[in-house]
Design a protein around this ligand. Structure first.
Ligand code: HEC
Length: 201
């Protein structure tokens, strides 16, 4: 293995330096790259140590999952403003379709991020006025550990319906897009009902 690493490192360096003016040294030192590659070699045997899981579940929800899902859910809608102006919103340009495609891909990949073990729940209760409404972070953590199978099942469900939605986007199938993207919500709700909200709330 050791003898392979410098060859990879050289290949990477020359790929990088092609982008640089000739007078500038390559940005990454060879030692950094071989260190990264050595870590990559252990990735298969020890994924928890390899991936950066510092982003909490809550941050993933707010930063990637919710905005991506909203793009899909709001892609086709009919808006009447206060002045009575009617707007029929739907993807039209290639750019619109590309943005939807990117959102679906982000949601699928966020599912992969959720599948990596070792992510923390956030420390503060989300709504201090209603502390009983939802589980505390340590309770969520314990639930995820005790029922990891269901946790993963909701993620796979989210990915499945998003993958189906992606197919409708690639076919520019408006009706299909509306139906399949709505189905993604079952996975969100199901997981929140089990792992986030206390029963009877
Ligand atoms: C595998 C389980 C799971 C799935 C699937 C899931 N969530 Fe979540 N979500 C959670 C958990 C757990 C929390 C609370 C995390 C915490 O308190 O640290 C949360 C929190 C959130 C929040 C935070 C709200 C706030 O008050 O800050 C939003 C928004 C959210 N989820 C949206 C979504 C959407 C939209 C989907 C589907 C597209 C989704 N989630 C799918 C588990 C999930």
């Amino acid at each position: 293995m050791k003898s392979i690493i410098p060859i990879f490192a050289l290949a990477l360096l020359s790929a990088c330096s092609a982008e640089q003016p000739p007078s500038e040294p390559p940005l990454a030192a060879a030692s950094d790259i071989s260190e990264a590659l050595e870590k990559a070699a252990v990735a298969n045997s020890n994924p928890d140590e390899y991936f950066d899981t510092d982003t909490s579940v809550l941050t993933l929800m707010n930063a990637i999952i919710q905005p991506s899902a909203l793009e899909l859910w709001q892609a086709v809608r009919y808006v009447v403003t206060a002045d009575g102006v009617e707007e029929d919103i739907r993807p039209q340009t290639d750019e619109d379709w590309f943005r939807l495609q990117a959102s679906a891909i982000s949601l699928i990949e966020a599912g992969n991020a959720l599948l990596i073990p070792g992510r923390e729940m956030d420390n503060a209760p989300l709504d201090p006025d209603y502390p009983d409404y939802q589980y505390q972070p340590e309770e969520i953590q314990a639930l995820v550990e005790s029922d990891a199978e269901n946790w993963r099942a909701y993620i796979k469900q989210m990915q499945f319906f998003t993958r189906t939605t992606l197919e409708t986007i690639e076919e520019k199938d408006l009706l299909g897009l509306m139906e399949t993207s709505a189905a993604i919500n079952n996975a969100c709700q199901g997981c929140h009902a089990e792992f986030w909200y206390r029963p009877n709330n």
